[in-house]
Design a protein around this ligand. Structure first.
Ligand code: DON
Length: 558
């Protein structure tokens, strides 16, 4: 536990609370892009304006964020892309990292059986990256623009540089303890310890070179070419596990999105190895028909109900959710109505159930997941929601020598020691233990909501387990509380993940509400901020885009 708490506190502290902006969301009639960073949003918009579709724009935004938002934007990580085409077809591209072939269950345990820090920092923390193959798959199967056009804005941003925002300058400075351990990270991102000032240009020639080779030769370059050889060589020199064979063997998996209904709306969301879609549907399924919303948004009663549902879901998550290619994940059973009714009945409207008394449920034996999110809708009505990540802000801290990009520390999303909390304080079980080539369980939850069969809401967020709460609460705010999109995104958030048995609330939750929750038996703790939602709402012929006032996100359309 000692290892976790300071890290969790640091993660929470990284996002300092900013009051909800009273600003209008972006409005447009044709197309909309909402991402974490202005240059990336502009890159996506330019692709849309020049005839690309939402998938083309998503690839361009993804490569641009790899340059302008190095904490999370990446080519050294992985993620999920949820696509809904204008004709109603949906798909889910899983380009999550995989464990290297020589990874093993106890690889992060020291001789004393205690967890080391190797799942978090340095070469051994890295899972085989999926982003470049994921983007190529998306472009080949669902895009229409030439590949090189999608990389062009990113290459220009890397080669010519872009002005460092105040937020990025602070973020890089805060990441010093992690980045200064690795010479290329220190040189590129910390300016050899001199730090970037707001307004100064960040120029990344090695990254421009890597992206240029990927532009000419395709994803093969990353997985089999010079990039692959240099990455594998650096791994071998520094005790990392990833080999050329691991890179060559990496595969994108196209999956069926998880779907469900809530109060007449259709949800299209992330299937395992995300735990997020199951989370949204299980929590909403417990809440449905409780009338919890009657007491109003932000009330102690509605927060209490939601938290009790979250607590029960996260207990189930710890036991049942994992990579479906390795473990049988009982999705249908967890979302089975009688099972959910049982969980609902176990909630006391007046008292918190202590997590220590709550075990993962026994779903019936029926058969039948620092990060960044962006949302795009094009003029034809195609929609894309992408959440991708290198896990913690700046990932493992490692920049591959000569290649200019940061590598993930996604291996920490496994249960490195089942039963012991990870970086996010999540307690996870055997199902998510490390195995060669397995994907670690994720919380990333790109999601869409349909109303009357038509696209209504496109959203997602970073935040580790708080992704699930952030996405859930924006959905509740729009669907159950009738808020405008901007209010729904700006509203104060709360989070409970079963263990630790703590109800985290943002400062915007009033002291009175916090006191009422404490009186119901919740251990309430205030934290800086959680999540950075990027959402689009489609209402008839008009599009509203909302970037989270908690971040420097940018929504723009035409
Ligand atoms: O896949 C996951 O659930 C995590 N690797 C996401 C990490 C994250 O959101 C960090 N952002 N604040």
């Amino acid at each position: 536990m000692g290892r976790t708490l300071p890290l969790v506190a640091l993660l929470f502290a990284l996002g300092s609370w900013k009051p909800a902006s009273a600003g209008q969301p972006a409005r447009a009639h044709h197309a909309m892009v909402v991402s974490r960073e202005v240059h990336a949003t502009e890159a996506g918009l330019a692709v849309l304006r020049s005839g690309g579709n939402a998938v083309d724009a998503a690839v361009a935004v993804g490569f641009a964020l790899a340059v302008t938002h190095p904490a999370a934007g990446n080519i050294g990580g992985g993620g999920f892309m949820l696509i809904r085409l204008a004709d109603g077809r949906t798909t889910f591209l899983d380009f999550r990292e995989r464990a290297p072939a020589t990874a093993s269950r106890d690889m992060y345990l020291g001789p004393d059986g205690a967890l080391t820090r190797e799942s978090v920092s340095g070469y051994r923390a890295v899972g085989v990256p999926g982003t470049v193959r994921g983007f190529e798959f998306a472009s080949t199967h669902y895009g229409r623009k030439p590949w090189a056009e999608l990389l062009a804005p990113a290459i220009e941003l890397a080669a010519k540089g872009f002005p460092v925002s105040g937020d990025l300058a602070d973020s890089l400075k805060n990441a010093r303890p992690k980045l200064e351990l690795f010479p290329d990270s220190r040189r590129i991102f910390l300016k050899q310890g001199a730090f970037y000032a707001p307004g100064e240009r960040l120029v990344q020639p090695e990254l421009a070179g890597t992206l240029g080779r990927i532009s000419s030769a395709g994803a093969r370059e990353f997985y089999e070419g010079e990039t692959a050889r240099r990455l594998a060589q650096a791994m071998a020199q520094h005790g990392g596990l990833i080999t050329l064979a691991d890179l060559r063997a990496y595969q994108v998996v196209e999956r069926q999105p998880l779907t469900g209904r809530y109060r007449g709306y259709d949800l299209v969301t992330a299937p395992p190895p995300s735990s997020g879609g199951v989370g949204i549907l299980e929590i909403l399924g417990i809440l449905e028909s409780t009338g919890y919303a009657k007491s109003g948004p932000g009330s102690a009663a509605s927060i209490h109900y939601t938290v009790e549902a979250m607590r029960r879901y996260f207990a189930d998550r710890s036991e049942y959710l994992a990579d479906p290619d390795f473990v049988r994940v009982p999705v249908a059973a967890l979302l089975n109505k009688p099972y959910l009714a049982g969980l609902r009945k176990s909630i006391d409207p007046e008292r918190a159930t202590p997590s220590a008394r709550l075990r993962p449920g026994a779903p019936p034996r029926v058969e039948s997941s620092e990060t960044t999110h962006y949302s795009i809708v094009d003029a034809e009505g195609n929609a894309v929601a992408v959440t991708y990540t290198i896990n913690a802000g700046y990932g493992s801290g490692v920049t591959v020598p000569g290649l200019g990009f940061l590598l993930n520390n996604e291996m920490d999303d496994f249960a490195a020691k089942p039963g012991a909390p990870n970086l996010f304080g999540l307690v996870q079980g055997e199902a998510n233990a490390i195995q060669p080539r397995k994907r670690p369980l994720s919380c990333m939850t790109p999601t869409m909501v349909l109303r009357g069969g038509r696209l209504y809401l496109v959203l997602g967020s970073p935040g580790g387990p708080r992704i699930i709460s952030s996405v859930l609460e924006v959905i509740q705010n729009v669907l159950d509380f009738g808020m405008s999109l901007e209010d729904a995104v700006a509203s104060p958030r709360f989070h409970h993940q079963w263990l630790p048995d703590t109800l985290y609330v943002e400062p915007g939750v009033s002291p009175r509400t916090a006191a009422r929750l404490a009186a119901r038996g919740h251990r309430v703790e205030r934290i800086g901020s959680m999540g950075e939602v990027a959402a689009i709402l489609i209402d008839g012929g008009s599009l509203q885009g909302a970037a989270d006032p908690r971040s420097e996100g940018h929504a723009a359309g035409y």
